[in-house]
Design a protein around this ligand. Structure first.
Ligand code: PEP
Ligand code: MG
Length: 903
């Protein structure tokens, strides 16, 4: 045997792999090996490694030469362990399944083939030995159908294409006079197999393969091939899974949940994946195969309600196994199992996909149960998921006088209101036209093909399928509100209508779904703030009455214990500042002052239209008062925490009226001609305003604006300090690319400050610093830092100028960039570490070279993005600043960064 081991056996005593080998064996393969190792009942099988997948794509879809012999040996191992032979025509034959399994699970995104090993001879033996002819022929019929679709590529290619197998099946049901597949007798199933095979011959020109080993290789090739199908690619992009990881392939002995009424198959969570509540939840179906449960075709039984009565022995064993698995993996497990003649077999375990609610609750509970440490709880919650806990909910006033039109399973918490769409591709098209479209996708059940449509929907409503159906699993992972298994709604795809409580709703009508309660409402239900925000802001809930808040609070206090980065908020008003403090802000990292000018636009317009400095100064006088009032409010709200205030940034053109009528009114008010106003507006117009007369360039040309703003800030600080409240203003210059620009503005600011402080007899602890948002500022940061006391990275503009991509116009082509994998993530949301990040590193190093203790922060949107926060921690920033509602995300991400860096 060669050195390259491509195949790992599992089952019984001879298991090769273990749970730590996910990169090589995929999650499913590694966990099957681990379950076999800890003595759980796992049908024997083998895993072909992800390296083979990589090899397959790098070598024109060929396999390494050593693979065949290794597969043959492992197949012999399965036969020995299970005491059955593939293709056996004397005894009960071995049948195998062939399934994908990537390093991170990608539920339903790749292909599976079941019942491999059946042919015209083995089916007869299976019928005889199982004593159930119908069962054997149903397996064979399913196998030919699945193999045809998956391996022989006979899937419908577009919406109008028919599936030949479904057409034949429908015709057969008609002929037999039955409604459902399971009522078809063996004689009809036999006919169907013949007809299916004929369809294969017609469509592919080839005979259906009879040789079991040829079938196995067909399955292996199809699973590797499915790594590159569209839905798998889309899923990887959405979840940041690299395309070069590859999938493993698991070939495993089949056990049968469809061999009669003492057989069943099911999926379960060891805790609720929607809420995180302790206790097994899940679905099972008697006399069924695995895909029947996840596809949501028949309404399953709920494990937590009926298994103890219906299958008492299995329930006893299954609860024990679930406990063993959860204690072993120290995480919620999502398991698949089959019961063959009352015997339990475990087919899969994996860490469950779950909502943000379930993430937080289960992690906090597990720490309190002594199962994991706070570090573990912090590191395993995706920081972005915390935003789900802050989303609005339906409650109180909004629900008054409304009765639900239907109720289903509350599978994905959240409140969603939107227009009804039935077809995922239509939903996607609507959203592409208008990104603010609110859509509720309404389906019988969802399948992995629906992923793109699910992605753009606010909520998902299905009429069948349980808590572990695809819609529930995937929708909830995406953070969507999901109500599934709602059989009180009757959907008619053809007529594009859904009927509930005796009323018909059409495509485009508004409905609301509540993923907490499972209720569906007509129209647009107004929302109320989340439980967390009701405790923290409106104080309409007491902490002791708010279990979600309690978990959130516990997690945040652990995070604050571990993180090294400080967190600040971007906040412009006292109200926002208060919100920010409630969510943990230690200061304000950016107050944009432009809104203050918009609030008093008439006065500011007078300044813009003034002809000379004196008139300009006069026009600015009332503004000074307004600004001072605003700053006082912010300082009071921040109660001694540092507040960074940025001087005026946007181009003046944004403040003047553009309509003739408005210009005329302004002219009248100022006592000047309308032509003069129109001319000034024309003069201020720029081809490229983002690279135009904005930022410190305004303050340099109109120093009186800078002087007025600095005076307002300093007078506000003095006044508030006299009230006994400490103030730490940090006055920030926008957009310099050049040390001389900064120096100019700094001297205007300091002069104004000195004057105010001398007159008041108080000097607050204040700083003058700058935004770093141009590449040139990064490269010359050493010179800028000679005068600037702090840097705050404006990564919105730094991304815009560093990448040369307009932050306002990139929406038209960015989707194409994602589709082509040119960008893995939106650079305006997740910092481009390779480019913009390198510029930041230069600025940090150069800034520290001339001012070692320089205070460093970030106030671009990236300050609330987990990956960017971790990067900021790595390059040694002191704080990140983001919008108030992103603060919990930033706090958790900062703690994760510190723990992962071993700080
Ligand atoms: C930035 O450019 O990152 C920034 C915070 O400033 P603004 O978004 O106001 O341009
Ligand atoms: Mg900016």
């Amino acid at each position: 045997m060669s050195d390259n081991k491509y195949v790992y056996f599992f089952g019984g005593e001879n298991t090769d792999g273990n749970g730590s080998m996910k990169p090589l064996l995929g999650g499913k393969g590694a966990n099957l090996a681990e379950m076999a190792r800890i003595g759980l009942p796992v049908p024997a099988g083998f895993t072909i490694t992800t390296e083979v997948c990589t090899y397959f794509y790098a070598n024109g879809q060929q396999y390494p030469a050593e693979l065949k012999a290794q597969v043959d040996a492992a197949m012999a191992g399965i036969e020995k362990t299970m005491g059955k032979k593939l293709g056996d025509t004397d005894a009960l034959p071995l049948l195998v399944s062939c399934r994908s399994g990537a390093r991170d699970s990608m539920p339903g995104m790749m292909d599976t083939v079941l019942n491999i090993g059946l042919n015209d001879k083995t089916v007869e033996v299976l019928a005889k030995k199982s004593g159930d002819e119908r069962f054997a022929w149903d397996c064979y019929r399913r196998f030919v159908q699945m193999y045809g679709r998956v391996v022989l590529d006979m899937k419908p290619k577009c919406k109008t294409d028919h599936c030949p197998f479904e057409d034949l099946l429908d015709a057969k049901k008609k002929k037999a006079g039955v409604e459902v597949d399971s009522d078809l007798k063996a004689e009809y199933l036999k006919e169907l197999v013949v007809e299916f095979k004929a369809a294969v011959k017609t469509q592919t020109g080839q005979d259906f393969p009879d040789d079991p080993m040829e079938q196995v290789w067909g399955g292996i090739g199809a699973v590797f091939g499915s790594w590159m199908n569209d839905r798998a690619i889309v899923y990887r992009r959405m979840n940041g899974i690299p395309h070069d990881w590859g999938t493993a392939v698991n070939v495993q002995a089949m056990v049968f949940g469809n061999m009669g009424e003492t057989c069943a198959t099911g999926v379960a969570f060891t805790r609720d994946g929607a809420t995180g509540k302790k206790g097994i939840v899940g679905d099972y179906l008697f006399n069924a195969q695995g895909e029947d449960v996840v596809a949501g075709i028949r309404m399953p039984h709920r494990i937590e309600y009926t298994m103890a009565q219906e299958l008492p022995h299995v329930w006893e064993e299954f609860s024990k196994v679930a406990m063993i698995l959860e204690n072993h993996y120290k995480d919620i497990q999502d398991v698949e199992f089959t019961i063959e003649n009352d015997k339990l077999w475990m087919l899969q375990t994996r860490n469950a996909k779950r909502t943000g609610f379930a993430h937080v609750r289960s992690a906090v509970d597990m720490v309190n149960e002594g199962l994991i440490t706070p570090e573990k709880a912090i590191t395993r919650i995706p920081a972005n998921d915390l935003t789900q806990l802050l989303q609005p909910v339906f409650s109180g006033e909004g629900l008054k006088g409304r009765t639900p039109i239907a109720k289903g399973i509350n599978a994905g918490p959240g409140a969603a209101t939107g227009q009804i769409y039935f077809q995922p591709d239509e939903a996607e098209a609507v959203w592409q036209k208008d990104n603010s479209a609110k859509i509720i996708l309404v389906r019988h059940e969802t399948t992995p093909e629906d992923l793109r449509g699910m992605k753009v929907s606010a909520g998902i409503l299905t009429s069948s399928g349980g808590a572990a159906s695809h819609a529930a699993l995937v929708g909830r992972q995406m953070g969507k509100a999901v109500v599934c298994g709602c059989d009180q709604v009757k959907i008619n795809y053809k007529a594009e209508t859904v009927t509930a409580a005796g009323k018909e709703y059409k495509k485009g009508d508004w409905i609301s779904i509540d993923g907490f309660s499972g209720c569906v409402y007509e129209g647009q239900v107004p929302t109320a703030p989340s439980e967390v925000l009701q405790v923290l802001f409106s104080k309409t809930l007491k902490p002791q009455d708010a279990p979600i808040y309690q978990c959130f609070h516990q997690l945040m206090s652990w995070s604050d214990r571990y993180r090294k980065l400080a967190v600040r908020a971007n906040a412009d008003t006292p109200g926002e500042a208060e919100q920010a403090i409630a969510l943990g802000a230690q200061g304000i990292g950016l107050t944009r002052t432009e809104h203050m000018f918009f609030d008093h636009i008439e006065d500011f317009r007078a300044m813009i239209l003034a002809d000379n400095v004196e008139d300009r100064k006069k026009a600015l006088e009332p503004l000074l008062k307004y600004q001072q009032d605003d700053f006082e409010g912010v300082f009071r709200a921040m109660a001694g925490r540092p507040v960074t205030i940025r001087l005026l940034d946007p181009p003046l053109h944004e403040f003047v009226p553009h309509e003739a009528k408005e210009q005329e009114a302004l002219a009248k008010k100022l006592g000047i001609t309308k032509e003069k106003v129109a001319q000034r507006v024309k003069d201020l117009a720029e081809f490229n305003p983002m690279l135009g007369h904005r930022g410190c360039r305004l303050g340099i040309v109109y120093p009186e604006i800078t002087r007025m703003q600095a005076t307002a800030i300093c007078q506000a600080a003095v006044k508030v300090m006299k009230e006994g409240i400490d103030c730490h203003p940090e006055i920030m210059v926008p957009l310099p690319g050049n040390a001389a620009e900064f120096k100019h503005q700094e001297s205007v600011i300091r002069e104004a400050a000195t004057k105010v402080f001398r007159e008041a007899g108080i000097t607050p602890d204040y700083m003058v610093g700058t935004m770093i948002e141009l590449p040139r500022a990064c490269i010359t940061a050493d010179k800028i830092a000679e005068n600037a006391e702090f840097f705050s990275f404006g990564t919105n503009d730094l991304t815009q100028t560093g990448l040369g991509i307009s932050r306002d116009d990139y929406g038209t082509y960015i989707n194409e960039y994602f589709e082509l994998d040119i960008f893995a993530a939106d650079p305006f949301q997740t910092l481009d570490q390779e480019g913009v990040g390198e510029l930041m590193k230069i600025a940090v190093a150069k800034g520290k070279s001339t001012r070692p203790g320089i205070k460093l922060g970030i106030c671009g949107e990236h300050g609330g993005d987990p990956a960017s926060v971790k990067f900021c921690n790595k390059i040694g920033l002191d704080y990140v600043s983001c919008s108030p509602l992103r603060l919990p995300v930033a706090r958790l991400a900062a703690a994760q960064a510190a723990i992962e860096a071993g700080e």
